[in-house]
Design a protein around this ligand. Structure first.
Ligand SMILES: [Zn+2]
Ligand SMILES: [Zn+2]
Length: 565
């Protein structure tokens, strides 16, 4: 990678460089530097659009961190969402220092490090709200905020140039499920002492009013627990620990057993229970394999797949392909999550499959079964009024959210004795603060790196056909013609390979066998699954990848193309 393009830090200047999250939702990351010390705030991922085949995750380009390798002294995490910690396994090997986060954040990080075989040693340093840690010239204070999961913090960083405040993700939930309140007092004290710059979450700036507390969904769910004659199946984000607690409490109240279904929700509920953030009375939780042993009106299933992900529990349940959880006409399936833009079609398809099972479908448009974790305009204004920064930098959002937040900030501060100056920055902008003031002075390299999880490596920057990946393992495109009505194969699959080198004597046999894999994969799938392109493409991709790995030891990029005839 080209390191010469990363500018040096100017002397006696505080420098802040957003490396992700300013111009898109996700992959949040920021570098804060003073002379020889750089600290990183968050290292998140972004999820790809369904049409970015072969890509599992997107992380920020880390050229900047590599170039500053010797100066990076610590990584500070605000909370455990994927868009804040998902890229940590890619960042930790690039520097030597500690990683600070609350106990929840670090507990969610640990399995990711294990997957990447990273031994953190004693680098993970748990902190609590109001704790302060010192890293070189910086003192970092952690301030409790409320969000859609427990144990989230904002940061107040004291630097030689002044104090900067980074909100992380937040909403102001005045009736938090765990009784841990947003620390408005500390924000207000910091404002009174004087804040150089505020970096604040812009996600919901285009929503009027207040977002509302997590407890607001209880009413709608009470209705559903009362009216549902069969199983209640609720799909939520696997990190929505508060939502889980609300549903577990209602299950106890309405005498239902609770089954967590899907790998990530099982894992996260275990972690949250171990740390005491999720309380499930004994005898309430059952395994997914036990669901069939109970009358359906006695069961609540909390499942993964709220985004219509083809391999997740909800999609499997929806097409009657889950080993343990079957839907029947008296059951109700609740989508307790918003659709991440790009996933609408996949979610709609999953809901149609559920409807075919005869079960009721409830979405956030129909009942108040989801509430956002991000503050709306009035909450963002409140934080601005309390902190009263000299400079304001909107973060977390596409450009239109950032610029809207900038306009709001100017309005909020227009009557104040000292006007706020807005710095509308984007990824890579080098923001400098010194005695002369603040400015966007330079541009550092940024971008997106696409990750194919099965390789645990980079696929490429912005482009699927990454040269390294292809040079090593090549590409196989499988063109599969199927009947529009039955989803059955209408001919032999055609294989096109590039850079996937196998012995010419073996190639014919290999591709013939790959064709057999496709044929039997399709034959073993139900008509409903076969005629759902999204589900079938992903299933074939997984099967073919496994086949080529087993037979050749290589992991070519596999792109199945389904043609309906
Ligand atoms: Zn978050
Ligand atoms: Zn976030």
């Amino acid at each position: 990678m080209n390191q010469s393009v990363v500018p040096d830090v100017s002397p006696s200047t505080l420098e802040v460089v957003p490396l992700g999250g300013l111009g898109e939702f996700g992959m949040n990351m920021m570098a804060v530097s003073w002379e020889d010390t750089t600290i990183l705030i968050d290292a998140g991922v972004m999820f790809p659009d369904p049409d970015q085949l072969g890509v599992d995750l997107i992380i920020p380009d880390l050229t900047f961190v590599e170039a500053r390798r010797d100066k990076v002294k610590a990584l500070i995490l605000t909370h455990a969402h994927e868009d804040h910690i998902g890229a940590v396994p890619h960042v930790m090997p690039l520097f030597d220092g500690p990683v600070y986060g609350t106990s929840m954040t670090l507990a969610f990080l640990e399995p990711k490090l294990q997957e990447h075989e990273i031994d953190a040693g004693d680098r993970l340093k748990p902190i609590r709200p109001r704790d302060k840690v010192t890293v070189g010239p910086f003192t970092i204070e952690f301030i409790r905020v409320t969000h859609s999961m427990p144990d989230c913090v904002a940061l107040a960083i004291t630097t030689p140039a002044g104090t900067i405040v980074h909100t992380g993700d937040f909403k102001i939930d005045q009736t938090p499920i765990d009784g841990e309140h947003f620390d408005l007092h500390r924000f207000s004290e910091l404002g009174a002492q004087g804040v150089l710059a505020l970096f604040a979450d812009s996600t919901n700036i285009d929503r009027k009013g207040f977002t509302g507390s997590e407890v607001e969904v209880i009413e709608a769910f009470e209705e559903l627990f009362t009216s549902t004659l069969g199983k209640l199946v609720v799909a939520a984000f696997s990190s929505s620990i508060y939502r889980m607690q609300i549903l577990v409490d209602l299950a106890v109240q309405f005498d239902r057993k609770v089954a967590f279904v899907g790998r990530s929700i099982v894992q996260n509920s275990e972690i949250a229970q171990r740390l005491g953030f999720l309380r499930v009375p004994s005898g309430v939780q059952i395994r997914d394999s036990d669901v069939n042993g109970y009358a359906s009106q006695d069961v609540l299933c909390l499942v993964t797949g709220s985004q219509g992900e083809p391999q997740a529990a909800l999609s499997r349940i929806a097409i009657d392909d889950h080993r343990f959880v079957k839907l029947a006409p008296d059951d109700t399936v609740v989508l307790s999550a918003r659709a991440i833009p790009g996933n609408e079609k996949a979610i709609a398809r999953a809901m149609s499959h559920v409807a075919r099972r005869g079960a009721d479908v409830v979405t956030p448009d129909m009942k108040h079964v989801h509430v956002s974790g991000h503050g709306s305009a009035e909450e963002l204004k409140l934080v601005l009024s309390l902190v009263r920064p000299r400079y304001f930098v909107p973060i977390h959002g596409e450009y239109r959210h950032l610029s809207q937040h900038a306009r709001v900030a100017t309005r909020v501060m227009s009557g104040a004795d000292r006007k706020v100056q807005v710095l509308l920055a984007q990824d890579g902008d080098v923001i400098q603060f010194d005695e002369q003031g603040a400015r966007i002075a330079d541009k550092a390299p940024t971008g997106r790196v696409l990750i194919d999880v099965t390789r645990v490596g980079e696929v490429g920057d912005e482009v699927l056909r990454d040269r390294r990946h292809l040079a090593a393992d090549g590409l196989v495109v499988a063109v599969v013609a199927i009947s529009r009505h039955t989803g059955a194969l209408t001919g032999d699959p055609e294989m096109v390979a590039r850079g996937f080198v196998v012995d010419s004597g073996q190639a014919d046999a290999l591709f013939h066998d790959a064709g057999q894999v496709i044929a039997s994969c399709i034959a073993e799938s139900g008509v409903e699954e076969r005629t759902d392109q999204g589900l079938m493409t992903e299933k074939l991709r997984v099967e073919l990848r496994r086949f080529f790995k087993k037979r050749t030891g290589r992991r070519p990029l596999v792109l199945p193309v389904l043609m309906e005839i």
